[in-house]
Design a protein around this ligand. Structure first.
Ligand SMILES: *Cc1c(COP(=O)(O)O)cnc(C)c1O
Length: 393
């Protein structure tokens, strides 16, 4: 089979909802991928931050294989071991109290929204269900998480959207304060807005939001679907902000490529969603949980410290390239955005693909890198060499 064979059959049977690159991936090892024609690519994308430990990691494959032979699935009406082990690790490494497992980022964020609305309803009664989010945010593709997303382009076609969201300006506390009217139950933010353009929030701004939430008994909800699971150099990005969130969602990188998400809550919120209030068939599925436990075993504090080092190294090298197209670099750990001028982000990403480097776009003018956290220095240098040759043209 060639790339072209696959692409043709794909278009015949699969709906055309993605702006796909003409790249068909067959397999990978480490942070290197191969297409059906045998061409190699350095991966600075990780399937949008999912393949956190790269491809073909032996401990991960073994964990999944062993679990598949024991127990592939069991309903949440019974107890099973992998989810317990994973939950204990997540709580211990974050200081959070409890976890709910889901399947995707959007579903995990829906859980955060339900948590906040129920917390508020239990305590204050109805009419206090509005969630404040930020402009340029991205929280998912369900009708409710699209409504939460603070970008007008997403508020189209699918009317009516779920009511109960208000969007404030990122970086402007007065705007957040004004949005938090008496009907508000929570503030939901990403700490680095990923899809919006790799836009980090100032630490002081986040701390001021945290103080505001505390003062008004609003839940502080952090969407760490992209920033979580080591991506920014700590297990969760909130651990760099000296804040104590009420709830934190995760998904993308948690299981290294299997679909798993969820959210962590503090002690105050641990009992809010009681039996019958929230559920999902596959949540905490043994396969996903076993894979995630293997990922967390690999992402030790030493590996996370290397994520910080690798990120700094890449940022420095890009600035040294002194390309007419590069306006700046931002981000943390291995979540990096290169702001561009005189070239479109999509056009540049396509040129990089041709050169053998997979990269993502974000916002309107940003090239985004989310390489596997375990990428080697050799692979980083190989990727940067491709980037340099394309940026010099
Ligand atoms: C990707 C993403 C989502 C949506 O996750 P899905 O798994 O695609 O539903 C939500 N929030 C953020 C910050 C994301 O990056």
């Amino acid at each position: 089979m060639t790339n072209q064979d696959l692409i043709q059959s794909h278009s015949k049977y699969i709906m055309d909802t993605y702006a796909r690159f003409p790249v068909a991936i067959s397999h990978g090892k480490g942070a290197t991928l191969y297409d059906f024609d045998g061409k190699a690519y350095i991966d600075f994308a990780s399937g949008i931050g999912v393949n956190s430990i790269g491809y073909g990691n032996e401990a991960w494959v073994q964990a999944i294989t062993e679990q598949a032979m024991k127990l592939g699935h069991i309903s949440n009406l019974y107890y099973s071991a992998p989810a317990v082990r994973l939950a204990e690790t997540l709580c211990t490494r974050t200081g959070m109290d409890k976890v709910f497992f889901a399947n995707s980022g959007a579903e995990s964020n829906e859980g955060l929204i339900k948590l906040a609305r129920k917390y508020s309803h239990d305590k204050y009664g109805p009419d206090r269900g509005t969630v404040v989010t930020l402009m340029q945010s991205f929280h998912g593709r369900t009708i409710t998480t699209l409504a939460a997303t603070g970008q007008d382009v997403f508020h189209n076609h699918f009317f009516p959207f779920t009511p109960g969201f208000r969007h404030a300006l990122a970086g402007e506390l007065d705007s957040v304060k004004a949005a938090c009217e008496s009907d508000t139950c929570a503030v939901l933010i990403e700490l680095i807005q990923g899809e919006g353009g790799v836009l980090p929030l100032e630490k002081s701004f986040v701390q001021e939001i945290a103080a505001l939430c505390k003062e008004r008994d609003l839940l502080l909800l952090i969407d760490e679907v992209q920033t979580g699971i080591g991506r920014t150099g700590t297990l969760f990005a909130f651990q760099q902000y000296d804040i104590a969130p009420d709830a934190v969602s995760f998904a993308k990188g948690i299981a290294g490529g299997l679909p798993l998400g969820g959210f962590l809550v503090n002690e105050k919120c641990g009992g809010v969603l009681g039996p019958g209030t929230h559920a999902t068939t596959f949540g905490g599925n043994p396969m996903g949980a076993a894979a995630a436990a293997a990922v967390l075993d690999i992402l030790t504090d030493e590996v996370l410290a290397e994520v910080v080092e690798k990120g700094r190294y890449i940022q420095g090298k890009i600035l040294e390239m002194d390309s007419p197209y590069v306006a700046g670099v931002r981000g943390a750990g291995l979540m990096l955005g290169v702001t561009l001028r005189e070239i479109g982000h999509r056009a540049l990403a396509e040129k990089l693909n041709d050169g053998g480097l997979l990269a993502l776009t974000a916002g309107s003018d940003t090239l985004r890198f989310l390489p596997p956290l375990t990428i080697t220095c050799e692979e980083i240098d190989a990727g940067l060499a491709i980037l340099q040759s394309v940026l010099q043209k």
